[in-house]
Design a binder for this molecule. Structure first.
Ligand code: ADP
Length: 648
């Protein structure tokens, strides 16, 4: 094999610069990252050994060793896990999955950093940005944390089932080099040449302390060894040293098997970080066991931040499944419904066969039972949170509510429970405040039979919508459906507590008591009669733009608005479907006029081109009022200018 000198992909160079120069104080977490990687590599080898005889025959004693050479100033983390061949080294340590990179750049951009301004620029504007470590962790770049303490990193790896060993080496600024190498057994060694001011990591006590703090639960022994032993070592010292070297630094206890009362919150938090590569503590920790038909232990976490899975399903890392202590996989979507894809954790069951294939697991009755139990447990945790600590629930809902709504519209099994957990802002409520459906129902106006809602892309647009006016006047609150998912939800929400859901911007709506509605209808019919000629003229003027023109029951202050017919599709839904490249039939809507409005009265008296201009302006302003684009903005602006100049 020829030696290969490579440059890091531009994004990596940029990110490395950020990592190394981040003001993050806890540089010690580099060790957690390397030990977690080693543990993952052993997990994978152990899983392969179930089907690969050669690994089983090798019968390795799975372990992770940290060795230091004080005179050379190096620290090495070695494992006997799966190992990497040269292609894998290049792929895993030379590039980040392109989707990850893109997301990383976007996240940076969101923080107001322009990565295109070069690494230096990005670094400068990130100074003091305390979310940097979180960003780094979130995008699976843990290995690079090594460069926070080292100026040179050398990885020597030998892939199980592969050829010889390969070496990857980087001094960071000069890219990296891949070459042939030697290694006794299979696995990976990561050697760090520590920077001068980072020599504390050569010390056994310091390393032991870090391992106990961050990696105690790692399932394989993590040992410590010093290589450069002084020649004149005393016999007693030698004995003590060998004893120490044989003793693992970690207790290796599977956290999910220990009773909850014996585990500290900080231990759960570190385990969560190991599992998810998140750098923040979990929002909620849920340890529980399934008993009865299926025996299993589970440890679930709700993250503190929206996770990658919400936006990038390809990066999925769901629940980790262990069967009799053997790690089977961490992309176990079959253990959770997709609307709980933000839940992380471990499920460990001895009721599943070890030699399972994923396809088999999918249909397995035991898996189905575990899935039902896990789902129900998460829901009951949320129900409890809602009851006991609404503020905390709101915090959770702000991050993951939209995903729960997905469940409410497409998962019939849990719909009823989910309907009690989802929340919406309302026209009457303050901005940012949301209510449960049951609260809405409790506060319904006397005589109000239905639950009213309006769909818009933005909460501000919904609040200002003219279609709300009459509802407001009759004391009826209106739910504001402004999450993209709400639009779909509105299609499937039929009833809550026996009350129908009614879109105030669709079809015929009438508010108030039976009598009020009757009186209003009579007044409307009368107004329609009086405006008959005008309505006909408007219809003629607007032609194909609308399906009908009629007198409105929903307006108070605005002269007009556009509404969809019953069963018609709303403009925001149409825009969303078009954005998803679906063909959407052009939906013509109904223009409703407020017969009482002075402007309508004034326009109805016009004739000729003045009438024509005024009708077009009325129609365009109805579009503007609901947040829809005006088809011919230039013409609209011209008419407005003419109006301002004193014309009509
Ligand atoms: P992450 O572990 O979050 O995926 P890292 O940057 O830490 O991100 O590692 C990148 C990839 O390199 C890992 O996904 C893994 O495939 C590979 N890797 C890292 N360390 C080891 C190791 N000790 N043995 C085998 N593969 C490893």
């Amino acid at each position: 094999m020829e030696n290969k000198k490579c440059q890091f992909k531009a994004e990596i160079a940029e990110m490395l610069d950020l990592v190394v120069n981040s003001l993050y104080s806890k540089k010690e977490i580099f060790l957690r990252e390397l030990v977690s990687n080693a543990s993952d590599a052993i997990d994978r080898a152990k899983f392969l050994s179930l089907t690969d005889k050669s690994i089983a025959e090798d019968n390795p004693e799975w372990k992770i060793e940290i060795s230091v050479d004080k005179s050379a100033g190096t620290l090495m983390v070695s494992d006997n896990g799966i190992g990497m061949d040269s292609a894998e080294l290049e792929k895993n340590l030379g590039t980040i999955a392109s989707s990850g990179t893109k997301a990383f750049r976007e996240a940076l951009k969101e923080k107001g950093v322009s990565p295109d301004g070069g690494a230096g620029a990005a670094k400068r504007s990130l100074e003091g940005c305390d979310s940097l470590p979180e960003l780094i962790g979130q995008f699976g770049v843990g290995f690079y944390a090594a460069f926070m303490v080292a100026d040179r990193v050398r990885v020597v790896s030998r892939r199980r089932g592969g050829e010889g060993a390969v070496m990857w080496e980087s001094t960071l600024d000069g890219g990296y080099e891949i070459s042939e190498s030697q290694r006794d057994g299979y696995g990976t060694s990561v050697m760090l040449h520590l920077r001068d001011d980072q020599k504390e990591y050569l010390d056994r006590w310091r390393v032991a302390d870090i391992i106990r703090r961050y990696s105690d639960f790692i399932a394989y022994p993590v040992t410590f060894r010093q290589i450069d032993i002084p020649a004149d070592e005393k016999e007693d010292d030698r004995k003590r040293r060998l004893e120490d070297e044989a003793k693992p630094l970690n207790t290796m206890t599977a956290l999910w098997k220990r009773p909850k009362k014996d585990v500290k919150d900080s231990e759960y938090a570190e385990f969560y970080k190991h599992l998810t590569r998140d750098w923040e503590d979990p929002f909620e920790t849920i340890p529980f066991s399934g008993e009865g038909q299926v025996e299993f232990k589970a440890l679930l976490f709700l993250p503190s931040k929206a996770t990658m899975e919400l936006f990038m399903p390809a990066q999925k890392r769901g629940l980790s499944l262990y069967v009799r202590n053997v790690f089977i996989g961490d992309d176990m979507e079959m253990l959770l419904p997709s609307w709980l894809r933000f839940v992380k954790g471990v499920v460990d069951s001895s009721d599943l066969p070890l030699n399972v294939s994923r396809e088999m697991l999918q249909d397995d009755a035991v898996v189905q039972k575990i899935k039902a139990a896990v789902t129900s447990k998460v829901l009951s945790t949320l129900e409890e949170m809602k009851k006991k600590d609404l503020k905390r629930y709101d915090e959770f809902f702000g991050r993951f509510g939209a995903v729960l709504k997905e469940g409410a519209y497409n998962d019939w099994t849990y719909r009823e429970r989910l309907n009690k957990l989802i929340k919406f802002p309302t026209a009457r409520g303050e901005a940012g405040k949301t209510v449960f459906l049951e609260d809405y129902v409790k506060d319904m106006a006397p005589g109000q039979a239905d639950i009213y809602y309006i769909v818009a892309e933005r909460e501000e647009d919904a609040r200002r919508a003219p279609q709300l006016e009459s509802a407001r006047k009759h004391g009826c609150d209106v739910l504001l459906f402004c999450d993209p998912v709400d639009e779909f939800l509105s299609e499937s929400l039929r009833e809550f507590d026996g009350k129908k859901f009614v879109d105030v911007a669709k079809g015929d709506v009438a508010f108030g008591s039976e009598e009020e509605r009757k009186a209003e209808k009579e007044a409307n019919d009368k107004a329609a009669g009086e405006l008959k000629g005008f309505i006909e003229a408007v219809k003629k003027e607007l032609g194909e733009k609308v399906s009908d023109v009629r007198v409105s029951t929903r307006l108070e202050d605005s002269p007009c608005c556009l509404v969809a017919s019953e069963g018609g599709i709303s403009p925001s839904m149409a825009r969303m479907m078009r954005a998803m490249k679906e063909t959407v039939p052009e939906e013509k809507r109904i223009l409703e006029l407020n017969a009482e409005h002075p402007l309508v009265k004034k326009v109805s008296a016009l004739t000729g081109s003045a009438l024509s201009d005024a009708v077009s302006t009325l129609y365009d302003s109805a579009l503007v009022a609901e947040g829809s684009p005006v088809p011919d903005g230039a013409a609209f602006a011209k008419r407005i200018a003419a109006l301002m100049m004193g014309g009509v």
